[in-house]
Design a binder for this molecule. Structure first.
Ligand code: GDP
Length: 296
C-alpha cells in the first residue's frame, strides 16, 4: 500500500507529541527531525522536504499551538493540512474546450502506463457522457497501435489509426478532423514514448502540440520510480509544458515519494491515479484523502 512506511513512522512520531500534553519548542524540533527523516526515506524530493518542514515548524511553534490545551493534536492538524497542500489542496478536474472536440495529449516515457491510461481515461470520460476518440500516434513501437486498439475494444471506444507509415503530426490532425466529422467530443492522443527523454521525442511532441493545440497535455508517470518520475515530470514540463500529471502504479508504490513531490516541483496538479492494471483501476486524485491515508 502507498505510504506504508511513511504512515507508520509519522503516526509514531506524532502520537508521542499527543501523549505529552504541553509542548516545548524542543519537542517540536525533535518531532520535525523524525518527520524529515521519514519523508526522505519515502523518497520525497529533498527541497520539497526542507520547505515542508519549515512551513510546519513555523506554524507549530506559534503561541496559538503551544498554549492550546491539546498542542499535539494541533501539530497533527498542521501536518495534515500541509501534506494536503503539498499534493495540491483540492482535486484538480479535467477542463473541457468550449469548442469541441476537447483534445487531450498524453505524453510519457515507454512503460509508464500511457497506453493503458488512455483507455482508462476514455472510460472515465464515457461515464461522464462524453464520446471519446482514441488516436494511435505511437508509430515506433511495433505493438503500440494494436495495443491501443485492444484497449479501445475493451472500453468500446473507437480508435483512429493510420498505421506506422504516416507522421504523428499528420495522424493527430487527421484524427481531429475525423472526430469533427463523426461528432465525437473528446480526442485522446496516445503519443510515442521512449525509454529515456531524447531530443527527437520532445521535438515530435512539440510539433503535435503546435498542430492540434490540445486543451491539456497530461503526463503519465510511473509512481514506483519515485524521484525519477519527478525528474521526468520536470523535464517534460520544461520542454513542452504540461497541464497535469497522471500517476500510475500507485498500487505497487509503497513509498509515495513521487505522489508527494511532483506537484511541488512542477506546480502542476496530479489529476488521476492508476491503481491497478485493469481498466477500472483508475480514480481522480484527491490530495486530502491521500493525506488522511498517511496520518490514518
Ligand atoms: P506505455 O508503454 O507507457 O504505453 O505503457 P503500457 O500502457 O503498455 O503499460 C505498461 C505496463 O504497466 C503494463 O503491464 C500495464 O498493465 C501496467 N500498468 C499500467 N498502469 C498500471 C497501474 O496503475 N497499476 C499497475 N499495477 N500496472 C499498471
Amino acid at each position: 500500500m502507498i505510504f506504508e512506511g511513511l504512515s507508520e513512522k509519522l503516526q509514531n512520531t506524532l502520537s508521542k507529541l499527543k501523549s505529552k500534553g504541553k509542548l516545548t519548542e524542543k519537542d517540536v524540533k525533535e518531532a520535525m527531525r523524525e518527520v524529515k527523516l521519514a519523508l526522505l526515506e519515502a523518497d520525497v524530493n529533498f527541497k520539497v522536504v526542507k520547505d515542508f518542514i519549515k512551513r510546519v515548524s513555523d506554524r507549530a511553534v506559534g503561541d496559538e499551538v503551544m498554549e492550546s490545551l491539546t498542542p499535539g493534536q494541533h501539530v497533527i492538524k498542521i501536518v495534515n493540512e500541509e501534506l494536503t497542500a503539498l499534493m495540491g489542496s483540492s482535486q484538480s478536474k479535467l477542463t473541457f474546450s468550449s469548442k469541441p472536440p476537447t483534445i487531450y495529449m498524453m505524453v510519457g516515457l515507454q512503460g509508464s502506463g500511457k497506453t493503458t491510461t488512455c483507455g482508462k481515461l476514455a472510460k472515465h470520460l464515457k461515464k461522464q457522457q462524453k464520446s471519446p476518440l482514441l488516436v494511435a500516434c505511437d508509430i515506433y513501437r511495433p505493438a503500440a497501435i494494436q495495443q491501443l486498439k485492444t484497449v479501445g475494444g475493451q472500453v468500446d471506444v473507437p480508435v483512429f489509426s493510420m498505421g506506422d507509415g504516416t507522421s504523428p503530426v499528420h495522424i493527430s490532425k487527421a484524427a481531429v478532423e475525423h472526430a469533427n466529422r463523426q461528432g465525437l467530443d473528446t480526442v485522446i492522443i496516445d503519443t510515442a514514448g521512449r525509454l529515456h527523454i531524447d531530443e527527437l521525442l520532445m521535438e515530435e511532441l512539440q510539433q503535435i502540440k503546435a498542430a492540434v493545440k490540445p486543451q491539456e497535455i497530461l503526463l503519465v508517470v510511473d509512481s514506483m520510480t519515485g524521484q525519477d518520475a519527478v525528474n521526468v515530470a520536470e523535464q517534460f514540463h520544461e520542454q513542452i509544458g504540461i497541464d497535469g500529471v497522471i500517476l500510475t502504479k500507485l498500487d505497487g508504490d509503497t513509498r509515495g515519494g513521487a505522489a508527494l513531490s511532483v506537484r511541488a516541483v512542477t506546480q502542476k496538479p496530479i489529476k488521476f491515479a492508476g491503481i491497478g492494471e485493469k481498466i477500472d483501476e483508475f480514480e481522480p486524485f484527491h490530495p486530502d484523502r491521500m493525506a488522511s491515508r498517511i496520518l490514518g
